[in-house]
Design a protein around this ligand. Structure first.
Ligand code: FRU
Length: 485
């Protein structure tokens, strides 16, 4: 049996052993074992395809395979056989992250082969870029002359080790690859290569280099073009915290600016976090056939307690809800994909309510959406508590004096604690939230998606209450809640 068949067979034999307690209802997870980054996100022959970093044998990171799922609506996913497994000299210790493109009806995957160069010394490794091709979007054949870019094509002043996560895209007749890297001082940077046939690749330039604040290595680059601007995404390892921002160990950020593809240069004025919560990394973008720009990310964070692996639940890692990306003023905004509204069930609603104190809603749940709009009036603070039980609650609040939106998970159950804050201005005294709660996750879209905060929580299955609260008087203009499962 080859390694893909072996892994598929193992999953089939073992998937019933996954503990359902914290499994999500409307987010993508692996069937068994570990998953991290989304890979190869593309709409191809009528389906959205999402691949993901996957170690199928255990709920820990291990030699990476590519898991594979398809969907018509980005909510309901169906698993396909794994797409890639590490088994060749050029990818023997892992098929790391990468991306996809369609050419002449075929689906091409670009991924990094990870190779340890010394036995029992995992610090010594090299990374090369590989290609795999499929005619049906199900079975992939690795290109016979892999690697397509090897270490000899790494320029001076770029790490000879960290050279990964190829992002393929096309402008005119030319294909480009962006690759994550760092320089001789350990500063994150992106390398750009070009090709006319996807096979012979030539180094163009260092597209963009960070500074001491923006992390020691850049992973998972991505780029998207809007009418009047380009946006470059990177996942920066060990970014330096700045006030209330960049508090996670690693941060996914975006630069808004302009790509000069001829020279391989990206110019920008500023950068921002993509998500202001706790658990969001390695986002990947896909432009679908309707021109909609969709983002999906790993809904976890490296070097944190992922809980389900520690508790022996035989799975770890999940994807965010897919988000539509919109360019608004000098930033990007996010909107939950519209397809999710088709899954709304059992509407609960209340209207025009003055609130001073805390009020428990006459509805409960573990997986649902809430759409609510508050008017601050005289309140010092107001907000929402979800997954509330005898000893637990997850608090989403707005502090009017400091104009801060706060996601607090100190009492959210058995997972990591803490809070994340972000500056949010009210619109004529109003704050609108769309909150997506799933069994072990919370995603909050603030004011038409100006900002999003994502975090995992691990509350007791009995913690099902929802309340609204205000310190001083506020008005709840409306609140609607729908179950989603
Ligand atoms: C980012 C990352 C990538 C790498 C992959 C390995 O989360 O570290 O750089 O390709 O995960 O699983």
């Amino acid at each position: 049996m080859n390694k893909i068949d072996e892994a598929n067979e193992f999953i089939k034999q073992n998937k019933a052993k996954v503990n359902p307690k914290y499994r999500l209802k409307y987010h993508l997870m692996g069937e068994y074992g570990w998953i991290n980054d989304p890979n190869g996100f593309i709409q191809y022959k009528g389906n959205y395809h999402l691949f993901y970093q996957h170690y199928p044998y255990d709920a820990v990171w291990g030699p990476m395979h590519w898991g594979h799922a398809i969907s018509k609506d980005l909510v309901k996913w169906f698993y396909l056989p794994l797409a890639l497994a590490p088994e060749e000299d050029y990818d023997r210790d892992g098929c790391f992250s990468g991306s996809a493109i369609e050419k002449n009806g075929k689906l091409y995957l670009f991924y990094t082969g990870h190779i340890y160069t010394k036995k029992e010394k995992n610090d010594d490794y090299k990374q090369v870029q590989n290609m795999a091709i499929s005619a049906d979007g199900i079975a992939f054949e690795k290109y016979e002359k892999n690697p397509i870019i090897d270490v000899t094509q790494i320029p001076d002043k770029a790490s000879k080790k960290d050279f990964r996560d190829p992002r393929i895209f096309k402008i005119g007749d030319t294909y480009y690859l962006l690759i994550g890297s760092n320089d001789e001082h350990g500063i994150g940077q992106i390398l750009m290569y070009k090709s006319i046939d996807l096979i012979k690749w030539e180094f163009v330039n260092i597209l963009l280099k960070g500074n001491e604040d923006t992390g020691i290595n850049w992973e998972c680059p991505d780029i998207v073009r809007f009418d009047d601007r380009d946006i470059l995404f990177v996942s920066a390892q060990y970014m330096r915290p700045n006030g209330i921002y960049f508090k996670n160990t690693h941060s996914s950020i975006y630069f808004m600016g302009e790509l000069n593809s001829e020279e391989g240069k990206f110019t920008y004025e500023d950068y921002w976090l993509v998500d202001y919560g706790f658990d969001f990394y390695a986002p990947q973008i896909s432009v679908d056939k309707n021109g909609r720009i969709i983002m999906i990310a790993w809904m976890n964070m490296w070097e944190t307690d992922l809980v389900t692996n520690r508790l022996g639940h035989n799975w770890a890692g999940a994807m965010t809800l897919p988000r539509e990306v919109l360019a608004v003023d000098e930033k990007i905004h996010f909107r939950p994909i519209s397809e999710i509204t088709k899954y709304r069930k059992k509407e609960y609603s209340l209207q025009d309510l003055k609130l001073d104190g805390e009020m428990c809603l006459e509805t409960i749940g573990t997986s649902y959406e809430i759409d609510v709009e508050f008017e601050s009036l005289d309140a010092k603070e107001f907000g929402l508590k979800v997954r509330k039980g005898k000893k637990e609650e997850t608090v989403l609040s707005y502090n009017c004096q400091e104009s801060l939106f706060i996601f607090n998970r100190d009492r959210s159950g058995v997972g990591p604690k803490g809070e994340r804050k972000t500056l949010v201005n009210l619109n004529e005294g109003r704050l609108r939230l769309r909150v997506f709660v799933d069994v072990s996750s919370v995603e909050v879209f603030i004011n038409e998606g100006e900002e999003v905060m994502t975090g995992r929580i691990y509350p007791d299955s009995e913690s099902i209450n929802i309340s609204i609260f205000s310190v001083g008087e506020c008005r709840v203009l409306y609140l609607k809640k729908w179950d989603i499962d």
